[in-house]
Write a protein that binds this ligand. Structure first.
Ligand SMILES: [Zn+2]
Ligand SMILES: [Zn+2]
Length: 888
C-alpha cells in the first residue's frame, strides 16, 4: 500500500458514531467561525449568487414540526447550492409585529392591549417576543441549518420599519394606495379591520329562522312575507328587502314597503338580480352589514347605514332593548321575542360555512371605517403573469396562486387598528383631512411621537395636524423580505431607491408553505413588482405540511401534536434530516418514527464504512496510478453517473429521489459489493488502483451526503481528510460539489460481474467454504467483458468461463402471489374464485397482465416468482438476471 511515510494529521475514527457529542460540537463551531457567512460584494455578477428569501417564522408561540421540516428543506437547497455554485445567501428573520405577536403577549402575560398605553404595550410585546426569538435561534442552530447569522432581521426593528414606511410612501406616490371610508371586513375580537386573505371558512352549527315581515299598505293580496336568516340579531340593521326580477311569485312585493318586526321601522322592497331565488322564500333582507352582498346592495342602491353591532360585536343603541348584549345573546333573545309575538314561522338547525378571522377563529363582521388600501384588483393580470414567469416546485402549486388571484374581490386593506405594528408615516389636516406624508429621510417615524414635516396643511393652511393612529398589517412588511434582505433604501443624494446588495435581487428562491401562497407569496410579488417592476423570484419551492403517522393533521384538540423538542432529543439531527428528505416537495407527509430509525441506520453504515475505508487506505491523499484496474475504474465511472443524476435532481429540488438514489448506490453497490471486494484485494495484495478508487469514491460520497447529513460528514471529513485548518475555510460544506471524473467503463458488465461475485460469495457461505477457498470451475451465462480477472481473483476461481448466451435452464412459474390489500377491495367475493383458478393453474400471463377467472389484474396487483432448473453439470446459483454454474 502507498501509506509509507504519509502521516495523517487527523485523528482517525474511533468507536461507534456518537451523534450526541458530534452534532452540537459542529453546530457551535459553524456558528462561531461563521462558516456560512455570505461574503458576496455588490459588484458581483447576480448569477453567481444564490439568494434564498427564507420565511421569517411568525413569533406567535413555539416552533412546530412544520417549521423544522420547512427549514430543513430550505437548508438542503442552501447547502447544495453553496457547494455547487458558489455564494449563497441564507438569511433568517423573525416576524414579530402585528396581531400574532400581540396576541401572544396578551396570552403569555394574561393582559389585554386596551389596558395599556401603546408604548407600554409595545414594550411588553418586545420583551415577550425576545424570549421566543432566542429560542427560535437556538432551535435553528441545533437543527444544523446553514444560516448566515450575520444576516438576520426582525420585522419590528427600526431598519425594517424604515423599509416598510418607504414602501408605503413609494406606493402612495405611484398612485397605488388610497384611503377610503367604506365597509371593511372586521374582526370584533381583534377589534381591527382585516383583509380578504385573513378570512377563512369554518363549518359551524347554526339555525335558520323563518321570520314574517309585515307589509305596509292596504291594497295588497297579502299582508306579510317570510324571509329566512341565520342572523336574526341583524334585523335592527335591516335597511331594505330584495326580490329577484324574475321571481314571479314575489313580483307583487316590489315597490312596496315592509315593517320590521319588534323594531317597527319601515324599509323599501327593491328588485335586484343578485338575489338567490333558490334560497328560502326567495325574499331576502339587506342589513348593514351581514355579508358581502349587503355591501354591494348598500352601495348600488345608496341605502342608509344602520349600525346595530359595534366594533367589539356588542349590540348598539339602535338595538333598543338588546343594547349591550353580545351578538350571540341578542340572537337568542330576539328569536325568543319574535316567537312570543308570533313572527317566527319556523326554525331549524343547520351547519354552514361561516367566515372567520384566521388568527382567532372569530366570525367576521363588516363595518364602515376609514382604511388604507393598496390597489390590486386592477393589476390582477400583471400579478398572474409574474406568477407564470417563476419556476414552481412543484409545478401544480401555481394553480393555488392563480385561483387566489382570480377570486380576489377586495383591494388589499393594510391599516390595522392595533398597537404593536409599524406606524403609518402620515398626519392629516384637522380641517380638510389632507394627508401629510413624512419625508423619506426622516423614516422611521412614529407620528404619535414625532412632529410632521410641515407646520401647516399644504392644502388649506390650517395649522393643526393629526397623527394617524393605525399601524400596518403585518403582511405589508413581511411582503418586503427580498427588499429587506437586499438592503433596499432611499438614496437621498440620488433621489432614487437603491440596494446595498443588488446582486441578490431578484432572489433565486422563495421557499415557503402552501398555506401562505395567498398571504406571503402573493403580497411579496405585489409589493416587489410595484416597487421594482421585476418579479422578485426566479423560483418558488412550496413545502407540504407534516401530518401525524396516520396522515391526520396535527392539532392540539386531536392531541396528536409531535413536539420537535422531543424528536430532537430522541434522534440525531441527521436522522431527522433523512426523514425530512423523504417527501416529494409540496406533498403533505406523515411523521414516522420508522423513517428516523432508517436514517439512524444509514448514519451507522456511513460511519462503519468510513472506518473500514480508513483502515484499508490509511493515507489522506492517495495518488492516482497511471492505470486503474477495470473494477476500480468501473466504480468511479458508476459514481460519475450517480453524481450527474444527483446534481440534476438536487438542482430541481427532487430531494427524496436524490436521497433514495444516493442511499441505494452507497449501501448496496459501494458497501455491500465494492467494499467487500476492495477489502479482499487490499488484504491479499497491495493494489494502488483499489486504494485510490476506494478513497476517491469515499471522499466523493462524503461530499454527496454533505447537504443531507451535514454533521456526520463534517466529522468524518475533519477526522480523515481535512488539513487541520479553520472550519471557516476547511469545512466540507465549503467544498466544491463533485463533478464527474471522466472515468469510463462498461457499466453493465461491471454490474453483472458484481452480481456474479455476490452469488459466489453466497455459494461459499451456503457450503461453509472459506471466502478464499478455491473453486474449480465457474460458468457465467451473462456478459462480464473485461471483469473476468476480478471475478477470478476475488473469488479464487481456477477456470472461469463467461458466455454471453442463455444457459440451458427451464424457467417455470413457481408462484403467483396477489396483493390482497388491493385485490380484496377490488374484486370482493370473487377473490375465492381467483385463488382457486391460480391454484389449479388456470390462468394466462399476457403483456404483464394476469387473466384469471374472467378478470384482468394489472401488474401492480400481483407478483410472479419464477423457478429455474438447470439440467447440465454442476450446481446452478441464481442471481437477479443471470445464471452462474459452479462445478466443484
Ligand atoms: Zn381576530
Ligand atoms: Zn387642510
Amino acid at each position: 500500500m502507498s501509506a509509507e511515510g504519509d502521516e495523517r494529521d487527523a485523528e482517525g475514527l474511533d468507536g461507534g458514531y456518537d451523534a450526541d457529542a458530534v452534532e452540537p460540537k459542529w453546530q457551535d463551531r459553524w456558528v462561531e467561525s461563521e462558516t456560512y457567512a455570505y461574503d458576496g460584494d455588490p459588484e458581483q455578477d447576480p448569477n453567481t449568487t444564490y439568494a434564498i428569501d427564507t420565511p421569517p417564522p411568525t413569533v406567535s408561540g413555539s416552533l412546530h414540526m412544520g417549521h423544522l421540516y420547512g427549514h430543513t428543506l430550505q437548508d438542503f437547497a442552501a447547502r447544495f447550492q453553496r457547494m455547487y455554485d458558489g455564494d449563497v445567501l441564507f438569511p433568517f428573520g423573525y416576524d414579530d409585529n402585528g396581531i400574532a405577536s400581540e396576541r401572544l403577549t396578551e396570552r403569555d402575560l394574561g393582559i389585554r392591549h386596551q389596558e395599556f398605553e401603546r408604548r407600554e404595550f409595545q414594550q411588553k410585546c418586545r420583551e415577550v417576543c425576545q424570549t421566543y426569538e432566542d429560542s427560535f435561534t437556538e432551535q435553528m442552530q441545533s437543527l444544523g441549518c446553514s444560516i448566515d447569522w450575520n444576516h438576520t432581521y426582525k420585522t419590528i426593528e427600526p431598519r425594517v420599519q424604515r423599509v416598510s414606511q418607504l414602501s408605503f410612501l413609494d406606493l402612495y406616490e405611484k398612485g397605488r394606495e388610497y384611503r377610503k371610508k367604506a365597509p371593511a371586513i372586521w374582526c370584533p375580537d381583534c377589534e381591527t379591520a382585516i383583509s380578504q386573505v385573513e378570512m377563512e371558512d369554518d363549518e359551524r352549527g347554526s339555525h335558520f329562522n323563518d321570520i314574517a315581515f309585515e307589509l305596509v299598505g292596504d291594497n295588497l293580496d297579502r299582508d306579510e312575507f317570510v324571509i329566512s336568516t341565520t342572523r336574526p340579531e341583524l334585523i335592527p340593521a335591516c335597511v331594505s328587502v330584495f326580490v329577484h326580477p324574475d321571481d314571479e311569485d314575489n313580483q307583487d312585493l316590489v315597490g312596496e314597503r315592509a315593517r320590521i318586526p319588534i323594531f317597527g321601522h319601515e324599509v323599501p322592497i327593491i328588485e335586484d338580480e343578485r338575489v338567490d331565488m333558490e334560497k328560502g322564500s326567495g325574499v331576502v333582507m339587506c342589513c348593514t352589514f351581514g355579508d358581502q352582498n349587503d355591501i354591494e346592495w348598500y352601495q348600488a342602491h345608496d341605502l342608509p347605514l344602520r349600525v346595530a353591532i359595534d366594533e367589539s360585536a356588542t349590540m348598539t343603541e339602535l338595538a333598543g332593548d338588546y343594547e349591550g348584549m353580545s351578538t350571540e345573546e341578542a340572537r337568542e333573545a330576539i328569536v325568543e321575542d319574535l316567537d312570543d309575538e308570533g313572527h317566527l314561522r319556523d326554525r331549524w338547525e343547520i351547519s354552514h360555512a361561516v367566515q372567520v378571522h384566521e388568527r382567532c377563529d372569530t366570525p367576521v363582521e363588516y363595518r364602515v371605517s376609514k382604511q388604507w388600501y393598496v390597489e390590486i384588483l386592477d393589476h390582477k393580470e400583471e400579478y398572474l403573469e409574474a406568477g407564470r414567469e417563476m419556476d414552481w416546485y412543484p409545478e401544480k402549486m401555481f394553480s393555488r396562486y392563480e385561483h387566489w388571484i382570480e377570486g380576489l374581490e377586495w383591494d388589499w386593506l393594510i391599516s390595522r387598528q392595533r398597537d404593536s405594528g409599524i406606524p403609518f408615516p402620515v398626519w392629516y389636516c384637522e380641517s380638510c383631512d389632507e394627508p401629510v406624508m413624512a419625508e423619506k429621510e426622516d423614516l422611521p417615524v412614529d407620528p404619535l411621537a414625532d412632529d410632521p414635516p410641515v407646520d401647516a396643511c399644504p392644502e388649506c393652511g390650517h395649522d393643526e395636524l393629526e397623527a394617524e393612529e393605525d399601524v400596518f398589517d403585518t403582511w405589508a412588511t413581511s411582503s418586503l423580505t427580498p427588499l429587506i434582505n437586499a438592503g433596499w433604501d432611499w438614496d437621498a443624494e440620488d433621489e432614487a431607491f437603491a440596494m446595498d446588495h443588488p446582486e441578490l435581487y431578484p432572489f433565486d428562491l422563495r421557499p415557503q408553505g402552501h398555506d401562505i401562497i395567498s398571504f406571503w407569496l402573493f403580497h411579496t410579488i405585489v409589493k416587489c413588482y410595484e416597487h421594482t417592476g421585476e418579479v422578485p423570484f426566479d423560483a418558488t419551492l412550496i413545502n407540504g405540511h407534516v401530518l401525524d403517522e396516520n396522515r391526520e393533521k396535527m392539532s392540539k384538540s386531536r392531541g396528536n401534536v409531535v413536539d420537535p423538542e422531543n424528536v430532537m432529543e430522541e434522534y440525531p439531527v441527521d436522522a431527522i434530516r433523512y426523514w425530512a428528505a423523504s417527501a416529494s416537495v409540496g406533498d403533505d407527509f406523515p411523521f414516522k418514527d420508522q423513517d428516523l430509525v432508517t436514517g439512524e441506520k444509514l448514519l451507522r453504515k456511513l460511519w462503519n464504512a468510513s472506518k473500514l475505508v480508513d483502515q484499508l487506505t490509511p493515507a489522506d491523499q492517495i495518488e492516482e496510478p497511471d492505470e486503474l484496474d477495470p473494477i476500480d475504474e468501473w466504480l468511479l465511472a458508476r459514481q460519475d453517473a450517480v453524481i450527474e443524476s444527483l446534481t440534476e435532481k438536487l438542482d430541481n429540488h427532487e430531494i427524496s429521489k436524490a436521497r433514495n438514489e444516493l442511499r441505494v448506490f452507497f449501501w448496496n453497490t459501494f458497501c455491500d459489493d465494492y467494499l467487500e471486494i476492495a477489502k479482499q484485494r487490499l488484504d491479499a495484495e497491495d493494489s494502488e488502483s483499489t486504494a485510490y478508487a476506494l478513497q476517491t469514491a469515499h471522499r466523493r460520497f462524503l461530499e454527496l451526503f454533505a447537504p443531507l447529513l451535514p454533521h456526520i460528514t463534517e466529522e468524518i471529513w475533519q477526522s480523515l481528510y481535512a488539513d487541520g485548518g479553520s472550519i471557516a475555510d476547511d469545512s466540507i460544506h465549503l467544498r466544491d460539489w463533485p463533478t464527474p471524473s471522466g472515468h469510463d467503463a462498461d457499466l453493465e458488465s461491471g454490474e453483472t460481474a458484481l452480481e456474479v461475485i455476490g452469488a459466489l460469495r453466497r455459494y461459499k457461505s451456503e457450503h461453509q467454504l472459506a471466502l478464499n477457498a478455491e473453486l474449480d470451475r465457474v460458468e457465467v451465462y451473462g456478459r462480464i467483458d473485461g471483469f473476468e480477472n476480478v471475478v477470478r481473483g476475488v473469488m479464487h476461481v481456477d477456470d472461469l468461463d463467461a458466455r454471453d448466451e442463455a444457459a440451458d435452464v427451464t424457467t417455470e412459474i413457481a408462484e403467483i402471489s396477489l396483493d390482497y390489500s388491493q385485490v380484496g377491495p377490488k374484486f370482493g367475493e370473487k377473490v375465492g374464485e381467483i385463488d382457486a383458478a391460480l391454484e389449479s393453474g388456470e390462468y394466462e400471463l399476457d403483456d404483464g397482465a394476469l387473466h384469471v377467472a374472467g378478470e384482468e389484474l394489472g401488474a401492480d396487483l400481483f407478483e410472479v416468482r419464477e423457478e429455474r432448473t438447470y439440467a447440465g453439470e454442476g450446481e446452478m446459483i441464481e442471481a437477479d438476471d443471470l445464471v452462474v454454474v459452479v462445478q466443484n
